[in-house]
Design a protein around this ligand. Sequence first.
Ligand SMILES: [Ca+2]
Ligand SMILES: [Ca+2]
Ligand SMILES: [Ca+2]
Length: 439
Amino acid sequence: MASAVEDALLYKTLEPSTPFEDVAHNSYLGFSVDSAKGIMNLEELTFVAGAPRANHTGAVVLLKKDNVHRLVPQHIFWGEELASSFGYSVATTDLNNDGWTDVIVGAPNFFDRKAEIGGAVYVYLNPFGHWDDQARPIRLNGTYDSMFGMTVSNIGDLDQDGYGDIAVGAPFDEDGKVFIYRGSDAGIETKPAQVLDGHDFDVKRFGYSISGGLDIDENHYPDVVVGSLNDSVVLFRSRPVIHVIREVSIDPQYIDLEQKNCKGRDGVCVEVKACFMFTAHPHHYSPHITLVVQFEADTERRKLGLPHRVNFLGRSSLEPEYTQTEEVELHRQHHTDCATAIFQLHENIRDKLRPISLAITHTIKPVPPRRHSAKRAQKLPPVLNISPSNMLHSEVNFLREGCGSDKICQSNLKLSYQFGTIPLNSDFTPLPKSVIVTV
Ligand SMILES: [Ca+2]
Ligand SMILES: [Ca+2]
Ligand SMILES: [Ca+2]
């Protein structure tokens, strides 16, 4: 007979009974398990157990421990397709940072021949513990025969933006892939933020297992370990994420072709000033970062294959007329530095209607790795936040006389006409010359 201590650690699910009968019989209940607070109730621990054979579609059961060490079903999620193995894997995390833990379920045998889908992952955002309201899940799809969803894993908050992130393994997607999805205010970003490919590491069946959430190198960002069926494990260390805040000012705001304003030369000039600073997690992480800032003008016109109308005065001789590259030095978090570029308009430009479009792009200047620290795990350089984009678009309009304060000229075409016909077998008679078409 088990001792009282051992017994206290043993929780038993109930004998099959309605409405949980289908789950209990030969359902593989417990094939995957996870547990977390904030699923049914903010304070209480809930167990999440996959039963990938339940009712032939698979199911996931939310269980609560009662006071006599029994696990009592609270809610069941059912798979949507026969033999999809819904519940083969489960994970829990708070994707949308609302304090309620969300549930992620893998169904690696989900199959849709027409859409070429093989494997699916269902993301259930927690409806504040009221699961009976049947919140509709978001389904992420894998490629045909990929077994996408064989593993799903809570990998912590990978980019430290406050939203939990998840990894999904698809070990049969070519050499095996792991998809990283970011949590967001809306739940989950359905486009993966990153795809790790076994092919890049010469590992087959990559993504058969995933473990995450642990900060291996103590850089305050959790890291991810990916297993395979290839006797190989790959450790991915997360790089610190920096959030760049930028401000662009353009002087003058409108181009007046009558105002020859270039300093020390003849012509019309526009000054573009871009200021940058960055923040990062944690607060004491404050590296010196050099940003490479590229100014590019007339981007829209050049996309149309039309010649550009500008010449950046401070560009290097290697750069085309329509770009200028500068660097800004950010010594620490919240330290601001600016880059300025002045472009001059070509003489006698014809297109005075289309604005001069501007694209200002910033990238982190790579720091060459130090040689002597090759043996130790090197400090990882930071990366830019994935959003907003590192390319900022702006434009400078031409000052247009008589177009109103919004500088948008709208045509005011008016037409008057007279209708005439030619009778058959008669000579053509032109309209009288007095008919005037006004525009
Ligand atoms: Ca949530
Ligand atoms: Ca995150
Ligand atoms: Ca780390």
